[in-house]
Design a protein around this ligand. Sequence first.
Ligand SMILES: [Fe+2]
Ligand SMILES: [Fe+2]
Length: 188
Amino acid sequence: MNNVEIIMRECKEIMSSLDKDESHNWEHSLRVRDLCLKISHGLCVCTDTIKVISYLHDIGRTKARGVYGNKGHAQISYEMATKILKRVYVPQKELILCVVRKHSELNNDNDNLCLKVFKDADRLDHMGAIGIYRIVHATTNHENFLSELNDAMKCFEALRMPIAISIGKPRYKFLVDFKKRFLKEGYF
Ligand SMILES: [Fe+2]
Ligand SMILES: [Fe+2]
């Protein structure tokens, strides 16, 4: 087993053993990894680096509520990732930690290529059929659901990489059509 696989196994254990969050579970990390690989195809982004970022980026979600106070999940993921990368060597450690810490921030013109790819991949997983599934698991009433649905639609406008935009178009259209139908069929 190489070091990337060791990190993958460790992150899977962390995300599977603590509180279950269907909207940010281990499969989310795997989908984001695969989207990152598609978006970065042909670009100067190291495959192993983007894989490690995908595995680490949401491990703090499991501790984001409770003992860690008001810290956001990205900061907690960053702190946990720092400890893991002290034990397990992978190249581009600084870049990995930077993307993990900043992955949930709004777009910034100074975002490096790796961060742009990653933010787009993470946003794409909020859209389409899988986006609806995740929103259902993250919300408890229709107002909340509609608000999260609107946020998911806003993800499309925030995409920056050309391949991400082409993957996002049908997912965005699906959300728009779903919302129309949801409002038509419901008593809201
Ligand atoms: Fe996140
Ligand atoms: Fe995520």
